[in-house]
Design a protein around this ligand. Structure first.
Ligand SMILES: NC(=O)c1ccc[n+]([C@@H]2O[C@H](COP(=O)([O-])OP(=O)(O)OC[C@H]3O[C@@H](n4cnc5c(N)ncnc54)[C@H](O)[C@@H]3O)[C@@H](O)[C@H]2O)c1
Length: 338
């Protein structure tokens, strides 16, 4: 599906999701500009570098002059860039707030002024906090439990308030993403469990009954592509949860363990260690609205995400589980950003 837009600005195009999304948009025939600080290096987009339809801008989205230039001739934005997990945010809350919240409104306003027609914002399903409700749908009250999630939640109304006939904002609240992408994160639950099963032959979980919603990175990419492809009326001002089925941490650990044992029996059995914990915080989301309203359904399973990781490990694409590059907190500790 070729998106009906002239050029798409992807902020955070060199991040985990961006490294899968940008090549997919190029395959769709789109012209893409990636704006990224390059916190996790430049390898993410190496496979598509040099393509005439791709422009890579390295820089900080807090630089309004740079943002203005990056928006030139763009009519769609997918905003992924941020300090993208709790521990990295908590390392320097003022820095996290400056990127994740303070820079958000100028970016959205400048986009509208520059003639951007569609603005897709990567929020997070963590905005709901912990809920005992059987269905955590989009109208569930928001109760973010961390500054990272609070900033995600605070940006949503800022964006939606800018809605105009010529400016169509849409918010996605993704589950935790999993599976292989060129810029890999191993600090996300399924990826981490799989990496431990592969490299250490041991998976350790705390408790296990807690629910965790996940989504295959290729399905996440498809969700963003769909947000570009649909007519204004389907998405304008809307908020959508995007996730696969909710699973317990124990189920995810069994899955990772089972897939690794099946695909690499020569490496021997994978042990499971369960450590008791008082932390029973459980998260789940309902993705019924995006199915009902837009017909979007995930097409890959979490087991397939695990398989994609194992294939990458087998191919030698990842040799060291402890490489800081795969763990946002370690890169942020070393980055000395201000
Ligand atoms: N990965 C998940 O499980 C998940 C789940 C829900 C929501 N999200 C959201 O999806 C988006 C993408 O997540 P990801 O996993 O790809 O994150 P990531 O950390 O891999 O990528 C974020 C990118 O943003 C860039 N960046 C950070 N600060 C910047 C700045 N000031 N200027 C320019 N670029 C900057 C980084 O260099 C990095 O490449 C994020 O907004 C995240 O909050 C992700």
């Amino acid at each position: 599906m070729t998106p009906p837009f002239r050029r798409i600005l992807v902020t955070g195009g060199a991040g985990y999701v961006g490294s899968a999304l940008v090549p997919a948009l190029l395959r769709d025939g789109a012209r893409v500009r990636s704006l990224d600080l390059g916190l996790y290096g430049r390898e993410a987009l190496a496979a598509v570098r040099g393509r005439p339809e791709l422009e890579e801008v390295r820089g900080d989205l807090r630089d309004e002059g740079l943002v203005r230039r990056a928006l030139e001739d763009c009519d769609a934005v997918i905003h992924l860039a941020c300090i993208s997990n709790d521990p990295s945010f908590e390392l320097d809350p003022a820095l996290g707030k400056s990127i994740n919240r303070d820079a958000f409104e100028p970016l959205a306003r400048l986009a509208r002024e520059a003639g951007v027609k569609r603005f897709i914002y990567a929020s997070s399903s963590s905005v709901y906090g912990v809920s005992g409700a059987p269905e955590v749908a989009e109208d569930h009250p928001l109760a973010p439990m961390t500054d990272y999630s609070r900033c995600k939640a605070q940006c949503e109304p800022i964006l939606l308030a800018l809605r105009a006939p010529s400016f169509v904002p849409v918010v996605l609240r993704p589950a935790t993403v999993c599976g292989y992408a060129p810029r890999l994160r191993l600090d996300l639950v399924v990826n981490l469990l799989t990496a431990h099963a592969w490299f250490n032959r041991r998976v350790k979980i705390f408790g296990g009954a807690q629910m965790r919603p996940n989504i295959h990175v290729a399905d996440m990419v498809d969700a963003y592509r769909l947000m570009l492809a649909l007519p204004d009326a389907d998405v304008a001002g809307e908020i959508f949860n995007v996730g696969d089925e909710n699973r317990t941490v124990a189920e995810l650990a069994e899955l990772a363990r089972g897939v690794v044992a099946r695909l690499a029996p020569e490496r021997g059995p994978v042990a499971l260690e369960v450590v008791p914990t008082d932390d029973q915080r459980s998260y789940k989301i309902s993705s019924a609205k995006i199915l009902r309203k837009l017909g979007f359904k995930t097409r890959r399973t979490i087991a397939q995400a695990v398989e994609s990781l194992v294939a990458a490990f087998q191919a030698g694409k990842v040799t060291d589980l402890d490489d800081p590059l795969y763990h946002n907190i370690r890169v942020m500790q070393a980055a000395k950003l201000s």
